[in-house]
Design a protein around this ligand. Sequence first.
Ligand code: HEM
Length: 533
Amino acid sequence: MSTILYSWMKTVLALGTATCFWFLFKLLRERRRFAGLPGPPHHWLYGHLPIIKKIKEKLPSDAHINLLHATLAREYNLGPIYYLDLWPSFDPMVIVLDPALAAQATQLKNLPKHPMYRLMEYTVGTQSIITTTGQQWRFWRKVFDPGFSSTHLATLTPMVVERVQVFIKKLEAHVETGDVFPLLPLTKSLTIDVIGRVTMASDFNTQQQSNEIVDAFLLMPKYIPPMGFDPIRLLSPTRIWNARHYQRKLDRLIGEVVDQRFRERRAGKVGPSEKSLVHLALDTYEQMGDTGDANLVTDPVFKRNAIHNIRGFFFAGHATTAASLCYLYYVLYRNPDVMLRLRQEHDEYLGVNPDDASARIQAEPTLLKRMPYTTAVIKESLRLFVGAGTMRNGVKGFSLVDPSTNTAYPTYRDGPFPILVRAFPIHRNPANFADPDLFDPERFLGARVTTMTKDAYRPFEKGSRDCPGQELSMMEMRVTLALTIRIFNIEAVYPKDSPEVMGDPAYNVMYSSAGPAASLPVRIKLAKREEEG
Ligand code: HEM
């Protein structure tokens, strides 16, 4: 054997041995981190991986991770918090199931966001309020605040009505054909048309035509790096090329919109009440005294910040509301008594002829907010099916403390734990809501609201990093329900052998954000009110 081959083999052997030792050391260290912490049964060698596998086998393969966490909690009677040891497949996870602990992580302490958010930078850029912290986050969150005030949202209501009228035309076309089709793409186009106006003062009309910015946005998530261990996808040259290509394309196209809006301001075409996010950014730019040349925003840092924030709001502001709208139609289909009562409330406030509703809402945009049952139905639907949440990072020396037992749960042990505060497992925890899988809008009415556990209801998260778009989203849902549910019967049509989770074939799956399985297949008919007695 040549000496070169011999020394090469020695090196490989030494490297192999070192890797084995490192792996063993890391494995034992990881397993030790979980000693004495609450969770499902823990294996000294495999950690929680066998348990996860077992629960996963009980769920449909596309079920959202929220369902896994909620199911685990039920199967092993876990709470108020539990730890998952998943090395080497995934990072560990800490699942918060108790409102008081959730409040400590987000409202009282406001733990830092987890580094995993960096993956979102592919879609929203590096400077958006979704992924930034500190001064950068504070500055831009404040810039956009006026865009979500109640008075401004009232002025946006007629715009939403117009876009819902296009949505109605799309639904009417399906009444004619009588086909079964997925509803989510339609609600997504509707919410994109709304968020296009809110963010860029643009009328994309995605419900009827394609648009370059929207297409780039919808394609982008396909090219973000994988979350788990997947070196082939991670290193794929086409993935890397496309990720860069679409990021640059989004920056360029949105940059052109920013410049266009800037020119319109210079030409005196923009009124003082205009508060779309691009104009709020440009207001700030002008107040800072940097007026650029007549055609361009010339400060590149400012412009990049504005573009990334527009990307952030565009991303966060459409898929969540689109999925929530689907779930509303789903729960109303499954609960005819609720539908009947909701239609009665709409008759009462908007007039018995559904054709009059648009004009009524346009004339008095705040009317919808005064309809208690409508709001209760939306809130309860969000309680049951919301997919969003927050992921924080543990901090050395900081523990979450259960106020009822004074037990301290560390957020850091030999490194930070990722802390998942997600509404779904909290909302579906029987310790927080009685009969948690039951659709019961009455929870949000009258005296029962006062008995709700503090901080248990958190679809839009809480604390300073809560959702700035929550009132816009509520308004979109109110308008859409008010203009559609008395015209159409929207039936969820899942095949008989469809898998179900917690009694629902429309369980949450992960698209670019959470939404109903199979994008909610539906058939639409015209509502025949007289049949309801
Ligand atoms: C049903 C609809 C919606 C739900 C359930 C929802 C939920 C949430 C949640 C749970 C968060 C916290 C996320 C985290 O910490 O990672 C959040 C943040 C955010 N949401 Fe929403 N959202 C909705 C609609 C909207 C809309 C319509 C917009 C835009 C107009 C929007 C813009 C944002 C932004 C920009 C953030 C980041 C805020 C920050 O970090 O300061 N969301 N949302």
